[in-house]
Design a protein around this ligand. Structure first.
Ligand code: FAD
Length: 350
């Protein structure tokens, strides 16, 4: 137990804890030290403890965007902060503040059941609410940043709790202040969303989503509930369930190329999958990987998912070294054929 004298506030630190059930690859991994954060007020204690012992710390949500080594030094802190508050209700908008430890999918589902709409395109993404801003999660035409008004954090540099506006979070495609600008500085304690109280703000840009919604709705008008159900259906068909086959979702970001680069590629690869983005084009990383012949390939105990080349999987007994080696081989071959480097989405730790 680590505590502050005269206070009941405690931090229970356990030694040599297995993280195998706490990472979606299911890699065998042992943390030197492990603790669970159930109150924001434990965070200063955690940081003081780590700094006093010169230990690194790793914040853990659902472990679905991490590639863990067999040995994790320092302290792993599982964020278990709970609670949902309606901070304002002024139709057609509602603001909801959700604590970082709440599970993402269940939160989306609960908000929908309350008649608060806008997150249904992000259904079934694994993990916790507190990790969602880190890589600005996105799916089916909606990104977290489209719905966030503010993120409550503990600033480990200043030693204080504060709120960052959406602009201050510097959200970008699968990126944010928390991931690449100042990684490790902020511990997210809660996220505030602005959602809709009427059901007519549907985002149906993806053809497959629109079609599935039409089938589900039949002769009725498409509602957010149809979108939620359609997204779940599409994802279940496309992505492996980490409970059955270890994975971290899309392993690589879709790379951006300039107009000029796109035109050259298009001349050589007429079926290249790309969509206009920020003055250039985003290329479908899954298509690039598949074009290099990787779909369904096995490498030692890991491999490329047979139904979706963007997903790397652990067939059982795989580890960080195998995934890293496979990812490097894939990236090298995509570079050799297309002249583009792929960037991994999950974080390797340490
Ligand atoms: C099957 C599958 C499908 C997926 N689909 C998508 C998708 O469609 N779109 C998408 O964007 N992602 C997707 N992902 C990736 C992943 O689910 C998301 O990135 C998710 O937000 C990670 O949440 P987590 O709680 O598991 O984070 P973790 O893996 O636990 O942590 C991820 C990072 O966030 C940091 N972190 C965790 N909690 C906090 C906190 N409270 N404060 C500060 N930092 C913190 C961690 O230290 C780590 O660096 C998918 C993953 C899987 C396995």
């Amino acid at each position: 137990m680590v505590g502050t004298t005269g206070q009941s506030l405690m931090l229970e630190v356990q030694k040599q804890v297995s993280l195998q059930a706490l990472n979606s690859f299911g890699f065998s991994s042992i943390a030197d030290s492990y603790t669970e954060i159930t109150e924001p007020s434990q965070l200063p204690l955690l940081i003081d403890y780590c700094q006093a012992h010169k230990l690194p710390w790793l914040l853990l949500g659902g472990g679905s965007n991490l590639v863990l080594s067999a040995h994790v030094p320092g302290v792993v802190a599982l964020i278990k902060l709970q609670g949902v508050d309606i901070t304002s209700l002024e139709p057609p908008y509602v603001r909801v503040r959700v604590a970082a430890g709440e599970p993402w999918h269940e939160t989306v589902s609960w908000l929908l059941s309350q008649g608060y709409y806008g997150l249904e395109n992000l259904a079934l993404i694994p993990g916790a609410v507190g990790a969602a801003p880190v890589q600005n999660i996105g799916a089916y035409g909606v990104e977290l940043k489209d719905r966030v008004t503010g993120v409550d954090v503990y600033d480990t540099l200043q030693g204080q709790f504060t709120r960052l506006s959406s602009a201050e979070c510097q959200f970008n495609y699968r990126d944010s202040l928390f991931k690449s600008v100042e990684p490790g500085r902020y511990i997210i304690t809660a996220v505030e969303f602005e959602l809709f109280t009427n059901p007519d703000h549907l985002v149906l840009n993806y053809q497959a989503l629109q079609k599935t919604c039409e089938v589900l709705a039949g002769s009725q008008v498409i509602t957010p509930r149809h979108v939620f159900d359609a997204v779940c259906q599409l994802r279940r068909n496309k992505l492996p369930d980490p409970a059955m086959l270890g994975n971290a979702g899309s392993f690589f970001k879709n790379p951006w190329v300039s107009q000029a680069k796109y035109q050259i590629l298009r001349q050589n690869f007429t079926d290249l999958v790309a969509y206009p983005d920020a003055g250039g084009y985003k290329l479908a990383a899954g298509w690039l990987i598949e074009a290099c012949g990787w779909k369904g390939k096995h490498y030692e105990k890991v491999g490329v998912y047979a139904k979706q080349s963007l997903v790397l999987v652990n067939y059982g007994g795989g580890d960080r070294e195998q995934i890293e080696s496979l990812a490097t081989q894939i990236s090298d071959s995509v570079h050799a054929v297309f002249g583009i480097w792929l960037e991994p989405e999950p974080r390797y730790y340490p």
